[in-house]
Design a protein around this ligand. Structure first.
Ligand SMILES: [Zn+2]
Length: 251
């Protein structure tokens, strides 16, 4: 079999580049198929425009699929639409399961159960993705939404403790370590070296200019010395959950 077909589910524009940009760039460069579902920020908003530019930089063959919900903290992200975290869960599962049945990915990637660092939209994306992957495989559920499809493995993007420790003094000065996220090394199943695509990944993150302007954390991240930033961006870390015996390797 060729390379696995990937589906990546993210809550906000910029997360695709920050947390999975190396995976996507490497996978597409190697000739693999990949799609992105973006849960918040509707078409026509500034961050949607930046997202289109970012996925072009990463080399995705198709524009992202939009679920068109509002960002938890920014109603203008999807005028007149519900907040992602507050909308009806069954409808969300049905919609995402329908996309999974249509795209037939071997591997689905989203955030870990803590949403990497606790953002409620990220936590919700994890829960929705887990539920939709199971629902997509269930032939008696949503029978009018396509033929059942069994995803082989789920991968959850996470941030290892060593990364948090590397940036703690620069970005989280004064914050107690017990309040910072971070996954212990022995829990991480996949350390993906993406150093060879770090320039592409950095450019994709930089395409999200309004977020760099808004977020103090991202601005501080971009102010890190180049070698330190490249070391952080050159590593992506995932937890793996196989859904069929043997599952499916990420690369
Ligand atoms: Zn986010």
């Amino acid at each position: 079999m060729g390379s696995p077909r990937l589906l990546v589910v993210h809550a906000h524009p910029d997360d695709e580049s920050m947390w999975t940009g190396g995976l996507l760039a490497k996978h597409v460069r190697a000739g693999g198929e990949a799609d992105l579902v973006m849960c918040t920020w509707d078409a026509g908003t500034p961050r949607h425009g930046e997202l289109l530019r970012a996925v072009e930089i990463l080399g995705l063959p198709r524009p992202p699929i939009l679920l068109r919900y509002a960002d938890d903290r920014v109603p203008a992200s999807a005028p007149g639409r519900e907040r992602f975290c507050a909308a009806g869960f069954d409808e969300q599962v049905r919609t995402l399961a329908g996309h999974i049945r249509e795209l037939r990915p071997d591997v689905v990637v989203t955030y870990d159960a803590f949403g990497i660092y606790g953002h409620p939209d990220h936590v919700h994306a994890n829960r929705l993705t887990c539920a939709a992957v199971d629902a997509a495989a269930c032939g008696t559920l949503y029978q009018r939404n396509g033929a059942p499809w069994q995803v082989r493995s789920l991968y959850f993007a996470t941030i290892p403790i060593w990364m948090i420790e590397m940036i703690a003094d620069d970005i989280f000065a004064g914050v107690s370590r017990t309040q910072l996220p971070g996954t212990p090394e022995n829990m991480i199943d996949v350390h993906l070296d993406v150093a060879d695509v770090v320039e592409q990944k950095t450019a994709a993150i930089a395409a999200h200019q309004t977020e760099i302007d808004r977020s103090r954390t991202i601005a501080m991240f971009f102010a890190l010395p180049d070698d330190k930033r490249d070391r952080l961006l050159g590593s992506e870390n995932y937890l793996r959950r196989d859904l069929v015996p043997g599952g499916c390797d990420l690369t």
